[in-house]
Design a protein around this ligand. Structure first.
Ligand SMILES: [Zn+2]
Length: 469
């Protein structure tokens, strides 16, 4: 009996001291990051990747927007990195309790999770600052299933991306907390000290200082944003219409070809949807195959296949088309805009003289989606509106593209583009959620076209359209 009580007590004590519990039970949503200043130094001259290292300091200013005091602040770092020292705005050294943990809601994703004890409780509404010194090595999370994150400190190419935690993020050891951190936007400044042979690439404004055989790249945000991605390599640069293309060794011909197609595609999108403030001042940055293209304007990160041959040029159109997306504010958006971008990538490719034809391109997507449903019959039960909540937004690329293709065929190109353009121009300033989009389409369509939209965007009837397509 007494032994049982002891066990229960021990369990209770463990519960109280483990991170994420007790005093540390502050949700990421209770903290609003207001500014982030990053200083980063990379050694990239080791013969082997493991001989290279990084050291950084982060100054994070945040406000307690919850209703209770905050005593401890949770932090996350890449699993090959360590916290050196944490101080507050008054220079007081703060206690760090850190350990390597597997994140909740992301099996096998391990991170260095810390709880930092504040010198005094941070009251509701108050702000404070953490100054964090950290360092170590960098590794991606391909082995945890995030396949495109193949980063390490390779001098030929490396990349610093928020999703692999190369700098501390305020978040508990839970993937959902990391995602909350992503959706928090703030002013940021980031300085990167690298060998002078290397370029730290990003689309935001930069100042470059040279100190002997080192260069420091100083970036700052031009709008509230989250720190996202900085590819680093011995880049060469091409400037076209005040847009920059940063390419890797051997890709100059591809870069020139891309520059030409980029100009043509932007012209076409502007004709369809109207002017866009970002189209002057984009940075299109080449990354090696397999590292995953992504766009967060003004930065477009594009895998090498689009530079190597014209066959993959359509990926660039996909990324560019996102410039004309209405910002979505649903907390767990189904990301239907990925389907639109995928469809537009095929359409623009045809309009700019690429191949395959639209029919063949969409047949490929249809075939792949059908085989996905055969392997995962459970996906047939999920309405598009629930893709975000169910964690299957990857389906949006193909399912959404098939929806837009259906609509394109029903309306014809001119009415289809008018509908997209009308929605974009009505909501480009305010943003919208999934229902905003569905309601807009329904209000501006009638008869068969309205029925078609309902069939796709409400319930799961759309699955039959795909399976019988
Ligand atoms: Zn996309």
């Amino acid at each position: 009996m007494s032994r049982m009580i002891t066990t229960v007590l021990l369990a209770l004590i463990l519960t109280l001291i483990l991170p994420g519990n007790s005093r540390a039970a502050v949700a990421r949503g209770d903290m609003d990051v207001e500014s982030y200043v990053l200083e980063y130094t990379l050694s990239l001259d080791g013969e082997y990747v493991f001989q290279n290292s990084l050291a950084g300091s982060a100054t994070i200013r945040f406000r307690n927007i919850g209703s209770t005091n905050i005593d401890t602040v949770p932090l996350l770092l890449n699993r090959l990195m360590r916290y050196e020292r944490v101080t507050d705005g008054h220079g007081r050294e703060l206690g760090i309790d850190d350990r390597l943990l597997e994140l909740e809601n992301y099996p096998y994703y391990q991170a260095n999770a810390a709880n930092v004890s504040l010198a005094e409780p941070l009251e509701a509404g108050a702000t404070t600052e953490l100054h964090i010194r950290f360092g170590g090595r960098l590794t991606g999370y391909a082995d945890a299933g995030m396949l495109y994150t193949r980063e390490n400190l390779d001098p030929a190419f490396t990349i610093l991306r928020g999703e692999v935690l190369p700098w501390p993020r305020i978040a508990g050891p839970d993937w959902l907390e990391v995602r909350k951190d992503w959706s928090d936007t703030y002013e940021w400044r980031a300085g990167f000290d690298v060998p002078a042979t290397h370029v730290v690439a990003n689309g935001e404004p930069v100042q470059v200082e040279t100190h002997g055989d080192r260069k420091i790249y100083r970036y700052h945000s031009t709008r509230p944003d989250t720190l996202l991605a900085f590819p680093i390599a011995p880049y060469k640069e091409l400037v076209v219409n005040s847009n920059r293309i940063l390419y890797l060794q051997g890709s100059e011909t591809g870069a020139r070809r891309l520059a030409e197609k980029m100009t043509q595609a932007i012209k076409l999108f502007e004709k369809w949807f109207g002017p866009n403030k970002y189209v002057q001042g984009l940075a299109l940055i080449e990354i090696p195959e397999g590292f995953g293209s992504q766009a967060s304007f003004p930065t477009i990160i594009q895998t090498a296949d689009a530079f190597d041959s014209t066959a993959h040029m359509d990926q660039l159109y996909h990324e560019l088309s996102h410039l004309w997306n209405v910002e979505t504010y649903d907390p767990q958006s189904p990301r239907l805009e990925e389907g639109l971008a995928t469809f537009l990538q095929g359409l623009v490719n045809v309009e700019l003289g690429g191949s395959p034809g639209l029919e063949e391109f969409m047949q490929g997507i249809l075939g792949r989606q059908k085989s996905t449903y055969e392997r995962h019959p459970e996906y047939r039960e999920i309405a598009i509106a629930d893709f975000g909540r169910e964690g299957v937004t990857d389906l949006s690329y193909r399912v959404g593209a098939l929806f837009y293709y259906d609509l394109f065929q029903a309306l014809g190109e001119e009415r289809f583009i008018d509908l997209l353009s009308g929605y974009y121009n009505a909501f480009k300033e305010t943003g919208g959620d999934f229902n905003t989009l569905r309601n807009y389409y329904l209000q501006h369509l009638d008869g068969n076209a309205a029925q078609l939209v309902e069939g796709w965007l409400a319930g799961t009837a759309y699955v039959d359209r795909i399976m019988n397509g």
